[in-house]
Design a protein around this ligand. Structure first.
Ligand code: DX5
Ligand code: ZN
Length: 232
């Protein structure tokens, strides 16, 4: 039988990234080293750090003291999500504590330009997050200055909530904007209620980083849960 050696495998070019950012909010703080070692071995490229002040959101998580063991315990990208009022007062210290990305909430400050400038000056990448009730158009004027946009797919404050599908259209909008403006390097990240059951939808809508708390740390095999999202 003749074999046609001219047939080459079809190559598809996909420049979109797929990043999983497990949220340490759902880790076991009594066994933090164990959980950090698991993340280190895993295919997650980022570690998501949820800082809550009990004012911007109705819950308090942790702050600077935890940054040290987290930075020490991982070589991965530290993706810090500040759910705090007046973030301009604290962003520099989070960069100094080892954050690679510092993301603050659009709704949390009147001083957006100051926050951006402080994070950039301190040497980290800049993200802005929008709550489920905030339309993505509010970010239009800031896009050229951002490295990351964090679309909340739950009300910020707690892990383990149900995914809100309205986040999908926001990703599509922001992805279109990225293409139109030639800002392909901005990463669209989505946070809240994400698992292998909806990760594909979000990647297809243009998200490149997905935060996952309970679906990773609550899984019987957390490393596999990360792989399942990446392969969805
Ligand atoms: C919610 C936090 C999320 C949360 C995600 O305010 O920003 O990062 O930890 O947890 P899951 O994946 O359980 O919704
Ligand atoms: Zn978060």
């Amino acid at each position: 039988m003749d074999i046609n050696l001219d047939i080459k495998p079809k190559t598809t070019y996909n420049t979109m990234k797929r990043i999983i950012a497990p949220s340490v909010l759902s880790a076991d703080f009594g066994n933090l080293n164990r959980d950090m070692e698991m993340l280190e071995r895993s295919q997650a490229e980022w570690v998501h750090v949820d800082v809550m002040d009990g004012v911007f959101v109705p819950n308090i998580s942790f702050g600077f003291p935890l940054m040290k063991p987290l930075r020490k315990g991982t070589t991965k990208v530290l993706d810090v999500h500040l759910m705090i009022t007046a973030p301009e007062k604290y962003v520099t210290r989070f960069v100094e504590a080892g954050a690679d990305y510092v993301t603050f909430h659009y709704e949390a400050t009147e001083n957006i330009q100051e926050c951006i400038d402080l994070i950039r000056k301190a040497g980290a990448k800049v993200g802005i997050s929008i709550k489920p009730g905030t339309e993505p158009e509010v970010l239009d004027k800031w896009l050229t200055q951002l490295d990351l946009i964090l679309v909340m797919s739950v009300e910020p404050g707690f892990g383990g909530q149900k995914f809100m599908p309205s986040s999908i259209a926001k990703c599509e909008y922001l992805n279109r904007k990225k293409q139109e403006l030639g800002l392909e390097e901005i990463i669209i990240e989505v946070d809240g209620g994400i698992s292998a059951s909806n990760s594909r939808l979000l990647f297809d809508a243009g998200a490149e980083a997905l935060v996952a708390g309970s679906s990773v740390f609550g899984a019987a095999d957390p490393e596999q849960a990360i792989v399942d999202m990446l392969n969805s």
